[in-house]
Design a protein around this ligand. Structure first.
Ligand code: DGT
Ligand code: CA
Ligand code: ZN
Length: 564
């Protein structure tokens, strides 16, 4: 059983408990589920070492359940819960705007248990008549079902990344390996991947392939003299291609893709009387460029193109005109302005978050626990928030080298108003406002109204999408970009692997409209602070420069930008 499967069962338990009206327990189960979903270790290994209770957010009770599940492949508690609520949660969960509460109404009133029942009822217009539903919501449900039927799921970059990195470094350590580098969609930082491609240059292909195919795995898919494929226990397929060191540059370029970028480049080469392959750029039989990727591009008369840009979205044309952007770098981010602690639905203390952020090179962070009515996330009230702010003051005195700002994440309600009063707002250094429910409303209007609130600095995960689970709502970005500039409210690139929201395309449009952005992790655990690189990757895929991202600035400059 893989991390994601265990997490899915815990999420489902949380949903069932919520449907049954149980309080608090759903929060605990969701917290544990999220921490397992984002774990960089294989949960089976942790189980074998008796370390399940080391997972943050997993107490004795939940640990016992996980151990039972991994020992027997079954969980009695879960099976009994499922019997008590015969709704196919895993199916209905993927429909936008359907949470546990609505599922219960649909079940009680129309006996809807699964996607098929739901579709039938929606097509017969039975749902719009229910209390709390409407024709808009019914249409949204139908659209959602169509969306689910048409998308095939791909793996999330951020969840797979540590597993691929581990293999990359294992290979790199070998004496007979010169270079081992992740290529393909993962190198391009695409939000989802189908598999991982690793290019290895070596003096001994046989030893390389033998070592690779002897790694712990579920299945050996292929083993040849220059390539091999395995499937890891977590379901991730990893391919390696072996070349000799002379072909490192052309090989890496070829296997990084994208295919579309490579094809366009190949056509450009042909027009120049050249041929291009993984073995180099050729004039007749003569190999011209093989050693580095820079050589490959140079031979074709181009500036080096960063992997994140290689999607045939105008990067080759820009390179020809020497108009490529200087992308924001992976070490350019100085602050992280959305994260949660134990005070709401996070798993670490303020101090633990600060120390980890400091170790990652951040010089300021904002603690933005949920505030207001969002009961599902154990949101704070004024009294608890003031207590938290005292603790922040104390830790700021204790720790050097990083400044902790006082923040909050507050829900934008269906009318675009915030669930927080002015006496609290005045205490804050920074406020993130996000939409968490009522997705059917006019979300452009809601967001614009929130932006007009002078206390709001950041709009969190602006489109609300969750990759593989729900599409984002449509927004009129032209209007939102204008409002963002007018009110100094910044749209977030949320780095959490299942959000990456804004996505690369939204970022590109924002930049074209001269709209500056902020990149945050939305960490709910100190390890999640590492997700920043996926937000940066998304920004780079959207052609963002350092100047486009406000949290590349030092603290004072940053504060003056958001307070303008
Ligand atoms: P994925 O795996 O679907 O997330 O996306 P990629 O881009 O990693 O694609 P993959 O794994 O099929 O192939 C890895 C790279 O190999 C790809 O990015 C470019 C190169 N490649 C694969 N097939 C072709 C091809 O037919 N023509 C060219 N020019 N390059 C190819
Ligand atoms: Ca791939
Ligand atoms: Zn949150």
């Amino acid at each position: 059983m893989k991390n994601q499967e265990v997490a899915r069962i815990l999420y489902e338990i949380a949903d069932i408990l919520e449907i049954k009206g149980v309080e608090w327990k759903p929060i605990a189960y969701r917290k544990a589920a999220r921490n397992i979903e984002t774990l960089s270790e294989d949960i089976i290994d942790m189980y074998k070492k008796g370390r399940i209770e080391d997972i943050p957010g997993v107490g004795k009770n939940i640990a016992e359940k996980i151990n039972e599940l991994l020992r027997t492949g079954k969980l009695k508690y879960y099976n009994e819960l499922k019997k008590s609520v015969p709704i196919k949660l895993e199916e209905l969960n993927s429909v936008p705007s359907l949470g546990p509460k609505r599922m219960k109404i649909l079940y009680d009133k129309l006996n809807i248990k699964n996607l098929k029942d739901l579709k039938k009822a929606a097509e017969k217009n039975k749902i719009r008549e229910l209390n709390g539903f409407s024709s808009t919501l019914e249409n949204e449900i139908l659209e959602g079902i169509k969306g689910i039927e048409s998308t095939k799921t791909r793996l999330l970059l951020g969840y797979m990344y540590p597993f691929a990195k581990e293999i990359e470094s294992k290979l790199s350590e070998q004496k007979f390996v010169e270079k081992a580098v992740i290529a393909g969609s993962m190198r391009r930082m695409k939000e989802t991947i189908h598999d991982v491609d690793i290019l290895v240059t070596t003096t001994d292909s046989k030893k390389t392939i033998d070592l690779f195919t002897s790694l712990p795995k579920k299945k050996l898919l292929a083993k040849g003299t220059t390539r091999a494929s395995i499937i890891l226990h977590n379901g991730l397929q990893v391919d390696i291609r072996v070349l000799d060191n002379n072909h490192y540059g052309s090989g890496l370029h070829y296997f990084t893709g994208s295919k579309e970028h490579n094809i366009k480049l190949r056509n450009l080469a042909i027009r120049k009387g050249l041929k291009i392959s993984e073995y180099g750029v050729f004039k007749g039989k003569k190999a011209m460029a093989t050693k580095t990727e820079e050589d490959v591009y140079k031979t074709l008369g181009l500036r080096y193109i960063e992997p994140e840009l290689r999607e045939d979205n105008g990067e080759i044309e820009a390179a020809l005109k020497n108009k490529l952007p200087m992308l924001v770098g992976y070490n350019d981010i100085k602050g992280d302005l959305q994260m949660h602690t134990k005070y709401s639905d996070g798993s670490n203390s303020i101090e633990e978050m600060a120390l980890k952020a400091k170790s990652l090179g951040r010089s300021y962070i904002a603690i933005t626990d949920h505030y207001g009515r969002l009961a599902i996330a154990n949101a704070l009230n004024k009294k608890r928030m003031l207590k938290q702010f005292n603790e922040i003051d104390r830790i700021n005195k204790k720790i050097n080298g990083i400044k902790i700002l006082k923040g909050a994440e507050v829900d934008i309600n269906s009318e675009g108003n915030l669930d927080i009063d002015v006496s609290v707002l005045k205490e804050l250094d920074i406020l993130v406002a996000s939409i968490h429910s009522s997705f059917k409303n006019d979300n452009t209007k809601r967001i614009m109204k929130a932006m007009e609130n002078k206390y709001v600095n950041v709009i969190g995960h602006p489109t609300g999408r969750i990759i593989n689970r729900r599409n984002g709502y449509n927004l009129d970005f032209e209007k939102i970009f204008e409002k963002s500039k007018e009110t100094n409210t910044f749209l977030e690139i949320n780095s959490f692997p299942d959000r990456l929201d804004l996505n690369d395309i939204n970022v590109r449009n924002a930049i074209k409209n001269k709209c500056k952005l902020i990149i945050n992790t939305d960490a709910h655990l100190s390890d999640h602070l590492d997700f920043m690189k996926f937000g940066i990757g998304t920004a780079r895929r959207g052609w963002a420069t350092k100047n486009d991202i406000i949290n590349t600035n030092k603290l004072n400059k940053f504060l003056s930008i958001i307070k303008k």
